[in-house]
Design a protein around this ligand. Structure first.
Ligand SMILES: [Zn+2]
Length: 476
């Protein structure tokens, strides 16, 4: 009889720490990415819906993406809060320097081993903590992570046409039904525009401006559907993108970078190359040829930057990963890197230095957790993850960002902020243990439980011995 209150007392400290693993609030989150939306695309196009959202919510002057400024690596930074060298999705293309296999963007979306290399995207972390999540076309949403997948997903077809407004409306409706009928807590929604149009026609074209008007329509449509479905008071929405876009400089205006034209450089010295992908290039020289290739390229073109990976400026955070080949090349703003022959015809490109203003992108948010009519100074994409974890009330994995950077965007709800359990992620993803805090927590709970039970048994035995001795004493 004594055991029951005793049990409650003993289990109290264990039970009180359990809510750490449970959600702390009831708001839902929609993350929207409009691929290639440059930070200032709203300045030469009327965007009434985006302006209305800015009035009702918060915005950063711009968002600084990680290097290299291409789609899949940056989206995985948004989903993990890690720099590219730390999350390991170092390119849009899966490649293997041993057998020479290279896959384009779309098939790489389905290669789980390319994505699942030590870092968990927010979908999986949220699901492990009891939430339900979805991905509509979002980069990384088609992979399996440590045996787990996003709960609900829609994956694009191989030759997807990204500009279809009717399909945009259907996708928005799908997401609303996921939130209402399926009660998802977090959805990541991706649009391949205005990136495709920016590449094809250039960022200063009328076609790009028309596409930005379509983006504005989509923002208005999403917000009106949120209202229609009664989600306004419980759904936060973040609108962002991966990178910006810059006009490609071409001959005869400039001398283009073509590696095969560079003196003393020969492709016979190269074991593996990833070139003709905008302004960046990755090279693995044959054994003993590194110095020779490096020297030849280093002075090969006044607008070509050539680095041994470990000598890349630290601000790029693009060195410490085994997947990055020994030589990294990138062109100055406007200069793409051609390999053997010129095969790149785009009028717009990205992939350049992330300090170039043309590579900066947008960050906007609205919803019950955000302040209104507030613009803040620029911050890095790496910080969006911690904010999303806070909004969802989940404990983040180790990451490279900080909630402190975005905390001033949040409305004062009177709720004590969740304890920050984040720690800087380690340099080598293979060595980082993203769920260390969770493992430690589970072990602590298990140990506390075992200790509690043992203590109960011990106390029970002690009490029963005492009672029986007393009885024996009385009898004697
Ligand atoms: Zn992109």
């Amino acid at each position: 009889m004594l055991v029951t209150p005793l049990l409650m007392v003993l289990l109290l400290p264990v039970a009180s720490s359990v809510p750490l693993q449970q959600r702390r609030n009831t708001t839902k989150l929609l993350l929207v990415s409009f691929d290639g939306f440059r930070w200032n695309y709203d300045q030469d196009v009327e965007m009434p819906n985006m302006n209305a959202m800015a009035k009702d919510g918060v915005r950063a002057r711009y968002l600084t993406p990680p290097f290299i400024t291409i789609t899949s690596p940056i989206h995985f930074t948004l989903l993990t809060g890690k720099y590219i060298e730390n999350h390991g999705v170092i390119h849009n293309m899966y490649f293997n320097t041993t057998n020479g296999v290279k896959l384009p963007y779309y098939p790489t979306q389905g290669i789980s081993k390319w994505w699942d290399n030590g870092s968990l995207p927010i979908w999986i972390t949220a699901q492990r903590q009891g939430l339900k999540t979805g991905s509509l076309f979002f980069p990384g949403g088609n992979a399996t992570y440590q045996g787990e997948q996003v709960n609900v997903k829609k994956v694009e077809s191989g030759l997807h046409k990204w500009d279809n407004k009717t399909e945009w409306a259907q996708n928005i409706e799908t997401v609303m039904l996921w939130f209402t009928e399926q009660d998802l807590d977090f959805v990541a929604l991706y649009f391949g525009e205005p990136d495709s149009t920016g590449h094809k026609y250039g960022p200063e074209s009328e076609e790009r401006k028309a596409m930005v008007r379509q983006v504005d329509w989509a923002i208005g449509h999403i917000r009106s559907r949120i209202e229609h479905y009664g989600l306004k008071s419980k759904l936060n929405m973040i609108i962002t993108a991966d990178h910006g876009m810059s006009t490609v400089l071409k001959e005869p205006t400039v001398k283009e970078i073509v590696l095969s034209r560079i003196a003393n450089f020969s492709f016979t010295d190269i074991q593996f190359d990833l070139l003709d992908y905008g302004p960046t290039g990755l090279l693995l020289p044959k054994e003993g040829k590194l110095e020779q290739v490096y020297k030849a390229l280093k002075n090969g073109h006044p607008h070509l930057n050539v680095y041994k990976k470990e000598e890349l400026p630290e601000r790029f955070h693009y060195s410490k990963n085994l997947r990055i080949p020994p030589l990294v090349l990138y062109g100055d703003l406007g200069y793409v890197v051609h390999g053997r022959i010129k095969v790149q015809n785009n009028k717009g490109e990205h992939g350049f230095d992330n300090e170039a203003m043309d590579m900066k992108t947008i960050f906007r948010a609205v919803g019950p957790s955000f302040k209104q009519n507030l613009m803040v100074e620029p911050f890095e994409s790496v910080n969006v993850y911690a904010l999303m974890c806070e909004l969802l009330g989940i404990t983040p994995e180790a990451h490279d960002g900080s909630l402190e950077v975005t905390r001033n965007l949040l409305a004062d709800t009177g709720v004590t902020p969740a304890p920050s359990l984040s720690a800087p992620s380690q340099s080598a993803p293979s060595q980082s243990a993203p769920s260390q805090s969770q493992v430690a927590f589970i072990v602590a709970v298990a140990l506390a439980s075992v200790t509690g039970v043992l203590l109960i048994i011990f106390l029970g035995a002690l009490i029963s011995t005492a009672i029986s001795r007393r009885r024996q004493g009385q009898e004697v």
